[in-house]
Design a protein around this ligand. Structure first.
Ligand code: HPA
Ligand code: ZN
Length: 346
C-alpha cells in the first residue's frame, strides 16, 4: 500500500486505509451467482431463472421484506464446503478493499433449523478465515447471532452449541426482526454467555427505538451497538454513547435499501461522527445492498461530503471498536495516522 497522496484518487485513499469490518453477516455475502450454483449442486429449487432475475427481487421496503428473501436463499447453504467458499469469497473481496480485520456474524439457527450441523457451519467458516490469514494476512473474529424472532429458550440451546465451539467463537450477537423483540427478552441468555467469557454485541436502534439501545447496554452488557442510528432521538443516550465511547456499527447502504433513511443524503452518520460518537462504517449484507465496505465509505463521502481526515477517523474507529488486542490496535492506528497526516485529524 502506498503512502496517501493528497492529490490521489479518493477511492484509492480510502482503499489504502487499513480498516476493520465489524458488521457483516456472512449469509448476506451470498451473491446471486453462487446462490444459483449451490442450488444446482444441492438440487434446491429456487423461484428465479437466473442471476438477473434474482437481483431484480432485491427491492425491499423494510427489514422484514429483506429478511424473508435472505432466509429463503440461505436454503442453498448446506455443507461445510459451502460455508468455506462463502467465507473465503468475502475475505478475498474485503482484502481487495483494504479490510485488514473482519468480525463476521453468522446465524446458526438459520442452518440448524434445517438440519445442518452447527459444526459444519463453524468449521467451514473457520477454515475460510484461516486460509484468508495465510493468503492475505487478514485477522478475524466469529460472532454467533441469535435470531430475536425466535424464543429465549431456543437462543439458550444455540448458546450450548456455541460453547461447544468456544475456541472458534469470540462473541454472541442479536439480529433479525427487531421491533417487538427487545433485548430484554434475551437478558438471561446473554448473562450466561458473558459468564462463560463470551463478548456480546446486539443490533439495536435500526428500526427499534432508542430504549432498545439502553437495554442492550444495561441488560446484555454489549461492547458495541450494531446500527444504533436511532440513538439520535434520545440526547441523553447520545451523551452516554459518547462518554462510554461505545462503537456504532453503521451500515449506510443497508439503511437506505431498508428504508431507515429515504436517501443517502439524509443519513445521520456525519452528524453522529461530528458529535463525537465512535461511528464506524460497515456493509451488513453487501450482496443484497449494492456494495461492500469501500462502496459504503464512498457513498457517504459523496453524499455527505466527508473530509479525508473524517474518513481516516472512521477507519481508526473501526480498529478501536474491534475485538483486536491492544497491541494490534496500536499498530493499525499508527499506520492510519501515518497515512492521514496530510490533514489534521477531525
Ligand atoms: N438487521 C437485522 N437482522 C439482520 C440484518 C440487519 O440489518 N442483516 C441480516 N440480519
Ligand atoms: Zn446487520
Amino acid at each position: 500500500m502506498s503512502r496517501a497522496n493528497p492529490s490521489g484518487s479518493l477511492a484509492a485513499y480510502v482503499r489504502d486505509l487499513p480498516k476493520a469490518e465489524l458488521h457483516l453477516h456472512i449469509e448476506g455475502t451470498l451473491e446471486p451467482e453462487l446462490a444459483l450454483r449451490l442450488a444446482h449442486k444441492h438440487g434446491v429449487a429456487l423461484p428465479f431463472a437466473d442471476a438477473a432475475e434474482l437481483r431484480a427481487a432485491y427491492d425491499f421496503s423494510d427489514l422484514q421484506s429483506f429478511l424473508d428473501l435472505y432466509y429463503a436463499l440461505a436454503e442453498v447453504l448446506r455443507d461445510g464446503d459451502d460455508f468455506y467458499r462463502l467465507g473465503l469469497s468475502y475475505m478475498q473481496r474485503a482484502h481487495e478493499q483494504g479490510v485488514v480485520h473482519a468480525e463476521i456474524f453468522f446465524d446458526p439457527q438459520t442452518h440448524t433449523a434445517r438440519g445442518i450441523a452447527f459444526g459444519a457451519v463453524v468449521e467451514g467458516l473457520r477454515l475460510a478465515c484461516t486460509e484468508a490469514e495465510r493468503r492475505f494476512g487478514m485477522t478475524h473474529r466469529l460472532i454467533a447471532c441469535f435470531l430475536r424472532h425466535l424464543s429465549a429458550a431456543e437462543a439458550n440451546r444455540t448458546l450450548d452449541e456455541v460453547l461447544e465451539h468456544r475456541e472458534i467463537v469470540t462473541a454472541v450477537g442479536l439480529d433479525s426482526s427487531e421491533v417487538g423483540h427487545p433485548p430484554s427478552k434475551f437478558a438471561a441468555v446473554f448473562d450466561r454467555a458473558r459468564e462463560q467469557g463470551l463478548l456480546t454485541v446486539a443490533h439495536a436502534g435500526e428500526e427499534g427505538p432508542p430504549a432498545y439501545i439502553h437495554e442492550a447496554l444495561d441488560l446484555l452488557g454489549v461492547r458495541r451497538i450494531d446500527h444504533g442510528v436511532r440513538c439520535e432521538e434520545d440526547p441523553a443516550l447520545v451523551r452516554r454513547l459518547i462518554r462510554e465511547q461505545i462503537a456504532l456499527t453503521v451500515c449506510p447502504l443497508s439503511n437506505v435499501k431498508l428504508g431507515v433513511f429515504d436517501r443517502i443524503e439524509d443519513h445521520n452518520l456525519k452528524r453522529l461522527l461530528e458529535a463525537g460518537l465512535r461511528v464506524t462504517v460497515n456493509s451488513d449484507d453487501p450482496a443484497y445492498f449494492g456494495g461492500y465496505l469501500l462502496e459504503n465509505y464512498l457513498a457517504v463521502e459523496r453524499a455527505l461530503g466527508l473530509t479525508r481526515a473524517q474518513l481516516a477517523t472512521l477507519a481508526r474507529n473501526s480498529i478501536a471498536g474491534s475485538f483486536l488486542d491492544a497491541d494490534a490496535k496500536r499498530r493499525w492506528i499508527d499506520l492510519i495516522d501515518s497515512r492521514s497526516d496530510d490533514e489534521p485529524a477531525a
